[in-house]
Design a protein around this ligand. Structure first.
Ligand code: LIP
Length: 264
C-alpha cells in the first residue's frame, strides 16, 4: 500500500484532475494549438490549461503557497516557506507527436528543501509518489533503485540537446563515453520519467544537462526516497540552479561521475 499523507493526497488529486482533459487532448492531437517559445521549443494549449488547473487545485488546497511553474514562472505566496514546482507536461515534444511517454510533475519545497514529489503519466496511469522520510512508490508498489554494481551490466538514460540548444558536442562525447562502458543508453525524452524509472530500478542511471528546476524537482525526491544518489555533474547539489543532473545507486554514481568528468 502506498504511503499516503495529506500533502501527497493534495498533489495526487491535482495531477489526476489535470490529467483527464490531457488524455482527451492526447487522443485529438490534430486539434491542439501549438506555439513556439524558441527554435523547436513548443508550448501547447494543453500545457497552459494543465498548468492552470494544477495551480487552481493546489492553490485551493494550500492557500498562500508559492509556485514555480514552466509556463507561468515564479509566483510568490504569502507563505514564503512553501513552494510547488510544476511541469504541466514534461515531455511536451513526445506529447505533441503522440508518443505516450510524458508526465505531469509536481514537487513541494519546504524551507528550501524538496520534501514531496508526484510524477504521473496519464496514458500509462503510472503514478510515482514520494515524501521525504516515507519512501517512494509506483501506484502501490514500494520502489528501490537497482542494485547493479558495475557499468558493463548497467542501462543508462540521458537527454540530448536539440535545434537551438548549446552543448551538442559535449553531449555526443559524453554519450560516446557512456555507450562504450555500459550495456546501453536510452533517450526517452522526459527527465521526470527518466528519474522515476531510476527510482523504480528500470534504469541504472540517468544524466542530463540544460534542464530547468521543474524538469527534475519531483524526480530528485523519488530517487532519494528509493535509496539512490542525486548530484549535479560536479558532484555537488546545484541540480535546480545549474541544470545538470546525475542519478544512480551508490555503486554506479561515483563511477558515472568519474567517467563523465573524463570528457573535457
Ligand atoms: C524536456 C525534458 C527532457 C529534455 C528536453 C526537455 P519539457 O522537458 O524532460 O529530458 O531532454 O529537452 O527539456 O520541455 O518537455 O518540459
Amino acid at each position: 500500500m502506498a504511503y499516503n499523507s495529506p500533502t501527497l493526497n493534495v498533489m495526487t488529486a491535482a495531477a489526476r484532475k489535470a490529467a483527464r482533459p490531457l488524455v482527451r487532448d492526447f487522443g485529438e492531437l490534430e486539434n491542439l494549438q501549438i506555439s513556439m517559445k524558441g527554435p523547436a521549443d513548443f508550448v501547447t494549449s494543453a500545457d497552459k490549461r494543465t498548468e492552470r488547473i494544477l495551480i487552481e487545485e493546489l492553490g485551493k488546497a494550500r492557500p498562500g503557497y508559492g509556485f514555480l511553474a514552466e509556463e507561468g514562472g515564479a509566483v510568490a505566496g504569502k507563505d514564503t516557506t512553501h513552494r510547488f514546482i510544476i511541469d504541466p507536461i514534461d515531455g511536451t515534444t513526445n506529447f505533441m507527436h503522440g508518443v505516450p511517454h510524458f508526465a505531469i510533475s509536481i514537487a513541494l519545497e519546504r524551507e528550501g528543501q524538496l520534501v514531496a514529489g508526484v510524477i504521473y503519466n496519464p496514458v500509462t496511469d503510472d503514478l510515482f509518489t514520494a515524501e521525504k522520510g516515507h519512501g517512494a512508490y509506483l501506484n502501490n508498489r514500494r520502489l528501490r533503485v537497482a542494485g547493479r554494481k558495475e557499468l558493463p551490466t548497467s542501462l543508462i538514460a540521458t537527454g540530448l540537446p536539440w535545434l537551438g540548444r548549446d552543448g551538442a558536442g559535449r553531449a555526443i562525447a559524453e554519450t560516446a563515453a557512456v555507450l562504450g562502458a555500459t550495456s546501453g543508453i536510452r533517450r526517452f525524452g522526459a527527465a521526470s520519467l527518466d528519474m522515476a524509472w531510476v527510482a523504480a530500478g528500470r534504469f541504472d542511471g540517468y544524466w542530463e544537462r540544460g534542464l530547468l528546476p521543474w524538469d527534475v524537482a519531483a524526480g530528485i525526491v523519488l530517487v532519494r526516497e528509493a535509496g539512490g544518489m542525486v548530484s549535479d555533474l560536479n558532484g555537488g547539489q546545484e541540480m535546480l540552479n545549474g541544470g545538470a543532473i546525475l542519478t544512480a545507486n551508490e555503486h554506479l554514481h561515483p563511477l558515472l561521475l568519474k567517467l563523465l568528468k573524463t570528457v573535457a
